[in-house]
Design a protein around this ligand. Structure first.
Ligand SMILES: *Cc1c(COP(=O)(O)O)cnc(C)c1O
Length: 426
């Protein structure tokens, strides 16, 4: 093929099929540009992005402030490794710890790496502070969890697709039902070897399962009672997505950034990723206070790229955008509007069963089975109508637009979604 020959969408998809591992099943649309809430395909067709790269692009595509910070740093210093200091990491560490209210941060790159880091930190704390006997530590996890794709993480997944034939699996995890405090207490009571409880404040991949309002707070109280670390995976739910800075805030209705509200549960270990960079760069982080983080000593954990100067500069810009553009409030207000508009329609619909979620992390459940391809077909029709979303199961579609959306755009999207669903009424 000549260099001058421009590939069409089909040609580009064919290249991925031929030369790329088939580890994803993308919706057939080939994007080549993004700005704010919009993306464009190679034929110039414009879409609303209603996935935001699984909530990585909360600040909108190609946010000028974030891209500007990245460009400036990329032209100055990109990577030193942690063998030396760089002038960006310290200021970022101060910024991010104050932003989220923790003593220390351990910087990593991807979400799965940050989850792995949190698990290692939790185990080490159990042995060195709590006094659990070596190799005996157990970490409680939830049914339906999604925490990433490493061997240890998929060891405690329920998703057969994610697990099968990747064994032998990592030991030391106990699985309980999600949103079930009794199940949690039963396990906490059963053993002195419980080190931590790893939980998503809303289960995004599972289909935006939104627990009862007090679940996070009560789970944290139980963890305190049994001297077990409460580990919140806020990679998808955090950073304004659910209408509060962190979703562990539960249903708090504070008007500014969440401070200590009634239902606020402060995690012992907080895991962030995705929107920590606004989708510009892989940046993840594990935050904890000194009593926990200080168990990690030089040489015991690390990453060549973790805490690199570009990541540090990008993350500060991305978090500043969250404040400057009031994304927490916007997600809360638009989320309520979205659910109320969809509920009005669902009342009269025989294809959509319910809408659930918090802030701008929502899902609709379709009147069909988990194994059906109805949700996929609806996403194809949404694409044709100018809106991109993806099923999490055969009958669940997640809706997570960038948080920089305005009300007129949201109402436009609601109209597209309802028009499309009507095409599938029986
Ligand atoms: C996306 C996600 C991860 C994994 O992040 P990667 O960057 O894909 O490794 C972990 N936990 C949750 C809740 C996520 O949504």
């Amino acid at each position: 093929m000549s260099v001058l020959e421009k590939l069409n969408a089909e040609g580009i998809i064919a290249l991925e099929n031929k030369y790329g591992a088939h580890n994803y099943h993308p919706l057939p649309v080939v994007l080549n540009r993004g700005e704010g809430v919009y993306v464009w395909d190679v034929d110039g067709k414009k879409y609303y992005d209603f996935l935001s790269a699984y909530s990585a692009v909360n600040q909108g595509h190609c946010h000028p402030k974030i891209v500007g910070a990245m460009m400036k740093q990329a032209q100055t210093l990109t990577l030193t490794s942690r063998a030396f200091f760089n002038d960006q990491l310290g200021p970022y560490e101060e910024f991010v710890t104050k932003y989220f209210g923790f003593d220390k941060v351990l910087p990593m790159n991807t979400g799965a790496e940050a989850v792995e880091t949190a698990l290692k930190l939790c185990r080490k704390w159990a042995y060195e502070v709590k006094g659990v006997a070596e190799h005996e530590a157990q970490i409680i996890v939830c049914d339906g969890n999604f925490h990433g794709r490493t061997t240890t993480i998929i060891s405690f997944s329920n998703d057969e697709n994610a697990r099968k034939n990747f064994g032998p699996y990592t030991e030391g995890f106990i699985k309980i039902a999600y949103d079930d405090l009794e199940a949690l207490e039963t396990v906490l009571k059963s053993s002195k070897n419980i080190a931590g409880f790893l939980v998503e404040p809303i289960q995004g991949e599972a289909g935006v399962y939104t627990p009862t309002d007090e679940y996070m707070m009560r789970a944290k109280e139980l963890c305190n009672q049994y001297n077990v670390l409460f580990i919140a995976d806020e990679i998808q739910t955090g950073i304004a997505r659910t209408g509060s800075l962190l979703a562990v805030c539960g249903n708090c209705s504070c008007e500014k950034q969440c401070e200590r509200q009634e239902t606020y549960a402060t995690p012992d270990i907080l895991i962030l990723g995705k929107a920590l960079s606004g989708g510009a760069y892989p940046v993840s982080a594990v935050l904890a206070n000194d009593a926990i983080m200080n168990v990690i000593k030089p040489g015991q954990h690390g990453s060549t790229f973790g805490g690199n100067p570009i990541a540090a500069a990008v993350a500060i810009a991305a978090l500043e955008v969250v404040n400057e553009e009031h994304l927490i409030q916007n997600a809360r207000v638009l989320g309520k509007l979205f659910r109320s508009k969809l509920n009005e329609y669902i009342h009269t619909s025989n294809i959509a069963v319910l809408v659930r979620g918090r802030g701008l992390l929502n899902a609709i459940v379709i009147n069909d089975t988990e194994e059906s391809d109805t949700a996929w077909n609806i996403c194809m029709a949404l694409r044709d109508n100018g809106l991109l979303a993806k099923p999490t199961h055969g009958n669940i579609i997640r809706f997570a637009p960038p948080l920089v959306m305005n009300e007129a755009q949201l109402l436009d999207c609601v109209a597209i979604i309802i028009k499309t669903l009507k095409q599938f009424e029986k």
